[in-house]
Design a binder for this molecule. Structure first.
Ligand code: DGY
Length: 320
């Protein structure tokens, strides 16, 4: 039997994934889920062939340049890869892969959860119960109904389209902006806007689904918030830094934005604490992909990529 390849798994993964990693590899598993800093990760990688990392690991250029020579492949347990400097990995001839395709439904579900939670004032309702509810009244916590509203989707990729599909069943009218227009078959009646500004002006609900790049950082800023119709609801399941927190918090406090549903935050887990003073902000701790089914699928996909690489084939989800 050939010797098993050695891999470091930086976080505790679902049991089924850890078992497969243990069976296929000489694996260092992080059963205690100790969030390694870069120095610790680099030390543990000494003599390892591969790294199975997550979005909580910093793999910027400085870190990649310090990885031991033995490391040939990085598989991230995520679809997003802004934590990895792909160019630096290419320069070191380290193969990088991600996990696209398997977290579309789970993330789209959370976008709908946020739309409902924000528009129907779920956070305020839960706080009211905790504080000792004094009873039903005709005007208590009146929210915004989703039926008949225009949903603007910024970034009509797989997740954006899965959100559109769900939102249609709530009777919403779907609008979108994307780098390129989709075919009529894929659009399914969604209305394309040639500019982001045009989309914003019709977005009673705005759901962000663009990747984080230098171009999309703070894409939702004060000027763009000003373009939204009255009483808009803003949803973010993409990446925290696509929103300018200061601008959104100001708009939530003044009522310019009626409510926001946020699953991701700039600098998470240290989110801007001013959000906590906004009862109209419905906040979740980056739960988009957090179902057993999806987290298993993400782990198996990451392992599939490593398996392919170490078997001498092209990893199916290679990104560098
Ligand atoms: C990803 O995969 O990029 C998610 O944000 C983690 O669920």
């Amino acid at each position: 039997m050939p010797e098993k390849k050695k891999i470091l798994v930086t976080r505790r993964l679902p049991d089924a994934v850890s078992e497969r990693a243990r069976a296929s590899y000489d694996a260092i598993l992080n059963i205690d889920d100790d969030p390694y800093d870069s120095d610790r990760m680099i030390t543990l990688l000494d003599g390892m062939d591969g790294l199975l990392c997550t979005i909580t690991n910093d793999l910027s250029r400085g870190v990649i340049e310090r990885l031991p020579e033995s490391v040939r492949a990085i598989a991230t347990f995520s679809v997003g890869f802004e934590h990895i400097d792909l160019e630096a990995a290419r320069e070191r001839a380290i193969i990088v892969s991600n996990t696209p395709g398997v977290l579309i439904d789970a993330t789209a579900d959370v976008a709908l959860l946020l739309m409902l939670g924000a528009s129907r004032r779920a956070r305020e309702g839960a706080l009211m119960i905790d504080a000792g509810w004094s009873g039903w009244t005709p005007t208590q916590l009146m929210g915004i109904q989703m039926t008949g509203k225009r949903l603007g989707i910024l970034g009509m990729g797989d997740i954006g389209r899965a959100v559109a599909m769900r939102a249609r069943s709530f009777g919403m009218e779907i609008h979108y902006y994307n780098r390129r227009r989709l075919s009529a078959e894929v659009e399914q009646g969604a209305i394309y806007h040639k500019t982001m500004e045009d989309l914003l002006s019709v977005s009673d609900f705005l759901s962000l689904h663009c990747p984080l790049t230098p171009e999309t950082k703070h894409i939702l800023n004060e000027e763009r918030i000003a373009l939204l119709p009255e009483n808009p609801v803003v949803i973010n399941t993409a990446r925290g830094p696509v929103v300018d927190d200061k601008a959104l918090i100001t708009a939530l406090k003044s009522g310019r934005v009626a409510a926001a549903g946020l699953d991701v935050f700039e600098g998470e887990p240290r989110l801007n604490t001013d959000y906590l003073d906004c009862p109209n902000a419905f906040l979740l701790p980056h739960l988009g992909s957090a179902t057993v089914e999806t987290r298993n699928a993400m782990g198996f996909t990451a392992l599939d990529n490593l398996d392919a690489f170490f078997a001498g084939s092209e990893p199916p989800n290679r990104i560098a």
